[in-house]
Ligand binder design. Structure first.
Ligand SMILES: [Zn+2]
Length: 285
């Protein structure tokens, strides 16, 4: 998992990320390949969709503001197979980590305030004591900065011994941010091929980690898991397995969904669509 954490040194946190990311080490090595269509998007006045929201840090108690997307203002253009919302005007996924600029505590919004005192102690000793403050005063987040925030959130999740689902969710959302960046790369730039290749490899690595973490969460955690009910999570696992070429896992989850009495028709339609994609892939090889 070194790749996921490479770059943490510059935040002073190079010591985090030595071990396994998830609790249960039933790791699977996968060989994966994926081609994505090249599309160039431009961002128009991203700033207009943001406002500064105030937070109080549960770890160091300082108050700070973070850029937040105005809900209801951005239009969703598309939802990817793995449920990533794709917005036209602004890549909302960049803004989902809340990070305290003073002490380095960071988490996804849904987990930001839920810390017990042991977790706070661990974050203070393992994150805050080493954290090097980052200067960033731009009106919008660039992708490098957004990725740093996600990495910081993952480091915090490891330190506070977060549930597998929380770590998996951070991996998933980091992969979404990288995909958003890839979509917005300029195909005419000199470094386009190298950058796209690096991004695709990182995205795949994160999707694989997200899949493994969600599979473990499904075995041991109670629903809702990362805000998802069981059929949504089953669908997500199927989609992630499909995206990382683990067709046996994908196939199993899809048949469970299609025969499920509780899955709604929307999820069943999505599962059926995945099944068709798998069949196409199999016949094309
Ligand atoms: Zn703080």
């Amino acid at each position: 998992m070194a790749g996921i954490f490479s770059g943490l040194e510059k935040l002073g946190l190079g010591n985090i990320g030595g071990g396994d990311l998830f609790e249960d080490p039933k790791k699977k090595e996968t060989v994966v390949k994926k081609e994505e269509p090249v599309k160039k998007l431009s961002l128009v006045n991203e700033e207009d969709f943001l406002f500064d929201k105030k937070y109080a840090c549960p770890v160091c108690e300082s108050s700070f503001e973070v850029k937040t997307v105005r809900t209801g203002k951005v239009r969703m253009k598309n939802v990817d197979l793995d449920l990533r919302p794709d917005y036209s005007e602004v890549d909302q996924n960049k803004y989902d980590v809340i990070a305290c600029p003073e002490c380095g505590y960071a988490a996804l919004g849904r987990y930001f305030t839920t810390l017990n005192k042991y977790q706070i102690e661990d974050i203070r000793s393992k994150i805050c004591m080493n954290y090097k403050k980052q200067e960033y005063h731009e009106p919008t987040y660039n992708y490098e900065y957004a990725r740093n925030l996600y990495q910081l959130a993952l480091a915090n999740a490891v330190v506070k011994k977060a549930k597998n689902s929380e770590k998996a969710y951070i991996c998933l959302k980091t992969a979404w941010v990288i995909r958003g960046e890839t979509q917005r790369l300029d195909p005419s730039a000199d470094d386009y091929d190298a950058k796209k290749e690096a991004n695709d490899a990182q995205e795949r690595d994160l999707l694989t980690n997200a899949l493994n973490g969600f599979v473990m969460a499904r075995q041991s955690e109670e629903f809702p898991i990362a805000g998802m009910d069981s059929t949504t999570l089953d669908y997500l696992i199927a989609a992630l397995a499909y995206e990382t070429d683990q067709y046996d896992v994908a196939g199993k989850m899809i048949s469970e969904l299609l025969t499920s009495r509780t899955a709604n028709s929307r999820i069943k339609d999505k599962a059926r669509f995945l099944k068709e994609l798998m069949a196409e892939k199999n016949s094309g090889q």
